[in-house]
Ligand binder design. Sequence first.
Ligand SMILES: [Zn+2]
Length: 276
Amino acid sequence: MPEVIDFHIHILQKEQYNPPSLDFVRRLNPETFEERMAIIAHPASLKAHLQKEGVHYGVILAENAPVTTGMVPNEFVAQFCRGEEMLIPFASINPNNEADPAARLVYCVEELGMRGLKLLPPYGLYYPNDVSIYPVYAEAQRLRIPVLIHTGSSTFRGSRMKYGDPLYLDDVAVDFPRLTIVMAHSGRGPFYERAFFLARHHSNIYMEISGLPPQRLLDYFPEFERNADKTIFGSDWPAIPQGIGDNIRDFCALPLKSSTMEKVLYRNAERILFGG
Ligand SMILES: [Zn+2]
C-alpha cells in the first residue's frame, strides 16, 4: 500500500453540531454512524482507525460555522491532537463571529500549537477575498501555515454557494504570494474547470479532492496528470458514504502514473505540512 496523508478529516461532536447537519452525516451511512462517532470521540480510537485504513498522517479540522453546521472548537481540536504525531490540527476562523480574527489565528498557532487554517466561506457567509478576512491571510503568511478553503457546493442547509467560487482566490493568491492556498473539494460542482486552471496558473494554489468520488476524478479533471504536483488527497470522512480506505483503493484504481499517485496521496501534502 502507498503512503497516505489525509488532508481533510472532521471530528464533529454531537453536543456542538447542529441537529440537521448531524442528521445529514447519519444518512450518509446509517449503519456505521454510531461507530464513526465513537471513533472520532477519542484520539486513540481515531489513530487506530486511520492506521487500519492506511493513513499515516491526518489533518484534523476545527469548524466555526454556527449558522450552518455548528462548531468544532479550536481548543477542542488542539487538545485532541496534543502529543499525537499523526494528527495535525488545523484552526478554523470565521470573520463574522470573531472580534479580532487575525489575533485569534495567532493565538491558535502560537498558544494552541495548531498547524494550519481551515476557512469555510460558504458556511460563514463571506467572500474569501473580503477585507474582513485579509488580516487573517497576512498572519497565516507570516506564520508560514497553509490555508485550506472550502470551494464549490455544500449540501448543508444555510450554506451559500456563491461564496465557494474559487475565482475569488485569484485575488488572495496575488495579494499573498507566499501563502499556500489549498482548495478543499476542488470547486465541487460548477467550478471544477476554474479550480483546475487556478492551480495550474498560481504556484501557491493547490487542489484538494476530498468529498469527490475518486472514480469520477478523470471525468471532472480530464487532464488530471497535468496538476500532479498541485493536487492533494483528502477524504472528508466521516462526512462521506464510504470509508477512507475505500477512497484510497478507488483512487489507486485510476489509470494514472504511479508517480502521480504518490504525489497526490503523500508527497504534495508532505511538502506543505512538513516543508522540504
Ligand atoms: Zn469537510
